[in-house]
Design a protein around this ligand. Sequence first.
Ligand SMILES: [Mg+2]
Length: 419
Amino acid sequence: MYGLADCNNFFVSCERLFRPDLNGKAVVVLSNNDGCAIARSNEAKALGIKMGQPLYQFSNLVSSGKVTVFSSNFMLYGDISHRVHATLREAVPVIEIYSIDEAFLDLTGIPDDRLDSLGHRLNRMCMRNVGVPVSVGISHTKTLAKVASKLCKQYPRLDGACLMKRPQDIEKVLRKFPVEDVWGIGRRYAARLHLHGVSTAFDFASLPEEWVKARMGLTGLRTWLELHGVPSISFGEDPEPKKQICVSRSFAHEITDKEELYEQLSQFVSMAAEKLRKQGSLASEMDIFLLTNRFKDTDRLYSRNRLERLEPPTSDTFAILKTARYAFEQIYDSRVRFKKAGVTFSGIIPSEGMQMSLFDGGETRDNGKLMSVIDSINRKEGAGSVVFASQGFGGVKMNRGHLSPQYTTKFDDILKIKV
Ligand SMILES: [Mg+2]
């Protein structure tokens, strides 16, 4: 059996941890630069605020005090996420971290009659240890566990945990479960399935196996099998390494100054290089890009990029920044006001594959050690503790007018209590 532990309205729950006065009130967390809603409390959903809705469309609700908004505080969310995962690991030996607020649980070997109480125990542990509400779904496959965890959110009387085991119960649930909400179906397939009269998960599971395989390939077939209770999506502690890594941000204000712009760009490059190392990969290509404001027509639109080969493939920030500087020099234009910059690494290969060529240059090997030291300091002491000179110390220039403190990761931000 498998479980899925999914934190309810996760970013909102993190903000409420330190603002209990906001429990029961409408809360929205905004995307980078305070652009649009990326997390909503149930009360905010009830007010009709949609996922991805731009802030200006509901700013009247904010100014009238009906909704409280927060800028995204990923330092806080990342730390709370670690605590939830650590709590889950205490009770379940093997977990697979799926996203910042979701983890799959391998429940192999746990007697069936204990599964239901385990689900409720996990929910209580997360509430007690971390203070975040978690919905635990348990069933025969990962896909069914996801369905079960969604049920918890729909039906508060389930008390945060739902075991779906008996075939007749599963069928009853799938008959009411919209096909577009099934993990792996996605909006694109859902639209096509609707055309064939398939609107629920049960309809989909009732399609002939060959039909699914012919029209939706192996991925569709896997989802179909999983709905039939046949585990078909592999389970592992390590998610598959990404084949492309991109870091890009819009700036709070347009930037024309060359060095100021490069400072921002080098931060994105450093962040992307750290991601590369974290998944044990090297990149063989790097694409640097600069953009003007897409929503403004006063400036002529300017979007330029430069693709550079990284030879040999590397994850060394020093080597990557050197190439990035060169690429930046080729595409920078002092007459243009820039709104966004970024980097994409591709041609990604595992670093073990490169072991032999490390002996070609001792330099690479030494920097590898230096990089892992820098990464571990930044992990322990907080991102940005050690930076590369070209990044500067200013941080990423984003609009974050509603940012909450970093309660758990920054000494200056620790709550003070008067007694
Ligand atoms: Mg969630």
